[in-house]
Design a protein around this ligand. Sequence first.
Ligand SMILES: [Zn+2]
Length: 165
Amino acid sequence: MGMKCPHCHKSIENESQSTKDWNSFGYQSPLITCPKCSKDFLCKAFHEPAAEGIDKKWLNVGIPLKRALIYTAIWAVCWSAIYFIPSLTIPLKIRVLLLGLSGLFMLYGLLDWWTVIRIKSGKEAKLLLKLVQESEKRLQDENYVRRLYNLGYKVPKKYLPKDLQ
Ligand SMILES: [Zn+2]
């Protein structure tokens, strides 16, 4: 993930945050230290879930389920066209296109079914809880909270040191 330092305007790879923290929700520390000029800045794509809360959409099965059904239907139509229409009546180019589409939508469908299963089984909720706990841990660190506060980040009162409240 590339980003630009607002102080020295150099592009930096987000290595300092370490890839092990990375998650698709964007729930990780928004505080970035530029490896080139060592100044701090906030990355708007990242959020402290303990401070900002969890977006309920991550636990809502409706949208991924709808998408999974649509993709599966498109996949089935493409696949049936290949399978049931006699091959001689479809030009090769169209067959290749149908095969490609069929594979693509099968992949999309599987990814969404995977999300549906993760939400339904409680795996997603468990992961989000873990991310909130990690976030709380970071916010217990007064030095870290002061750095966020100085950059204008809205730290909830309960995490602020007495002199900043
Ligand atoms: Zn910099």
